[in-house]
Design a protein around this ligand. Structure first.
Ligand SMILES: C[S@@+](CC[C@H](N)C(=O)[O-])C[C@H]1O[C@@H](n2cnc3c(N)ncnc32)[C@H](O)[C@@H]1O
Length: 385
């Protein structure tokens, strides 16, 4: 967990805030690493045998297993603790970021103001852009106000808070710059498409640019673009990138329908975007990727694995926990989708479509974090035009 500042825009906690954050982190580690395996033991030892007897067959899907597990007290306590730690994370970090907001706004202004050197990044906001209902209908994963809510003029709160809370949620296992997803997928892209020399790269659903910046390092000759629907996150992304010395073109756009011309990009990537959109949006975004990619261009997406790539139906209940208890309504249904069929319908040739697992770069460098990290490998899917 990062309580020192990894970059000039970071909302560094003071002593008491840091102590509170460390407490929440220890609770999260305890819930996730010590208590979670107990659910599995109860499922294997009690719930599965009795359900099998009752049904006359082994449980077939997450719905049957979830319903049966809802009768188990240990599981209900675990649900409550997991949900509580999620809320505590946002409560503790939100307060700390709000305390620093005037200073952070000032820093963002200084960081992004033209100052004689060439401006590196650009930011284009669209105050008229409708925020999709899948974001306004819930406070996604209990993040108060979601990614898009603005507290004041030129607000960056949602972005500054995401930077801290993602670090805590990942329990430090994504690196101090929270960039493991981007670094790991950028390496995957280079290995999978060795002849691809992208001139323009787009990250869809970039939030604060954690995963965007690694593409600047991996493909230094390319222009890198990040889009998101959330203005406070994009403003923060802009200032954060400037503070770290990166050039990215940020714009507020819906990935379902962007204003880029046909064939504008050679590489389109996303990291944990789709489970936070609707199933309709997933299909629309795939079509938009097809429109935006030039011939030979590739797309590389990371999100929840399809159930057919997870052998044990008990494992299906784990991600799906967020559907029912963590305000992430499309998590379970994303697992259900037939991604190759959706990509093919969007226009991609069947033989170019792939699904793969790729390991975490950060955990290879810092194996000691494997004990706490939520993700040791990433489920990647995409196609080449
Ligand atoms: C979990 S975050 C993505 C994290 C980020 N890619 C990273 O690697 O750190 C999901 C983001 O997708 C954005 N988003 C959701 N639906 C979108 C859409 N239709 N178009 C653009 N951005 C969208 C949200 O505003 C949010 O910032």
């Amino acid at each position: 967990m990062t309580s020192t500042s990894p970059h000039p825009m970071y909302a560094t906690p003071n002593h008491d805030e840091g102590a509170r954050e460390r407490y929440v982190r220890e609770m999260m580690v305890h819930v996730q690493k010590d208590l979670l395996p107990g659910k599995r033991k109860i499922y294997d030892g009690m719930v599965k045998p009795s359900l099998t007897k009752k049904l006359g067959r082994t449980p077939k899907d997450r719905h049957e297993i979830r319903k049966a597990m809802e009768e188990v007290e240990y599981n209900l306590y675990w649900n409550a603790l997991r949900r509580t730690t999620q809320e505590m994370m946002f409560d503790s970090i939100g307060e700390s970021v709000e305390r620093q907001l005037p200073d952070l706004l000032q820093r963002a202004q200084t960081m992004t103001k033209p100052n004689g050197r060439n401006r590196r990044s650009t930011l284009t906001l669209d105050p008229e852009l409708p925020i999709p209902r899948y974001h306004t209908a819930v406070d996604i994963h209990c993040k108060p106000g979601g990614y898009h809510t603005e507290l004041c003029a030129d607000d960056i709160f949602a972005g500054a808070e995401y930077d801290r809370s993602y670090n805590l949620f990942a329990m430090g296992g994504s690196g101090p710059l929270n960039d493991d997803m981007g670094r790991s997928l950028a390496r995957f892209t280079r290995e999978r498409f060795p002849s691809l020399k992208p001139k323009r790269i787009l990250e869809m659903g970039c939030t604060v640019g954690h995963s965007t910046l690694p593409y600047c390092d991996a493909f230094p000759q390319a222009e890198v673009y990040g889009i998101d629907v959330a203005a406070p996150c994009l403003r923060y992304a802009h200032a954060r990138a400037e503070g770290l010395g990166y050039a990215v073109h940020w714009s507020q756009q819906n990935a379902e329908h962007t204003n880029f011309p046909d064939g504008h990009f050679d590489l389109i990537v996303s990291h944990i975007l789709f489970h936070e959109t609707s199933n309709t949006a997933l299909r629309q975004i795939m079509k938009e990727c097809h429109r935006l990619l030039g011939k030979g261009g590739a797309m590389v997406h990371f999100d929840a694995p399809q159930y057919e790539d997870m052998a044990d139906p008990y494992d299906h209940t784990l991600g799906d926990w967020s559907t029912h208890y963590n305000a992430e309504p499309f998590w379970g249904t994303l697992h259900d989708q037939n991604l190759p069929a959706i990509m093919e319908k969007a226009g991609f040739a069947k033989e170019s479509i792939y699904k793969a697992w790729t390991p975490s770069v950060f955990l290879e460098e810092r194996p000691e974090f494997a004990k706490v990290a939520r993700l040791g490998k990433f489920y990647v899917f995409g196609a080449q035009k």
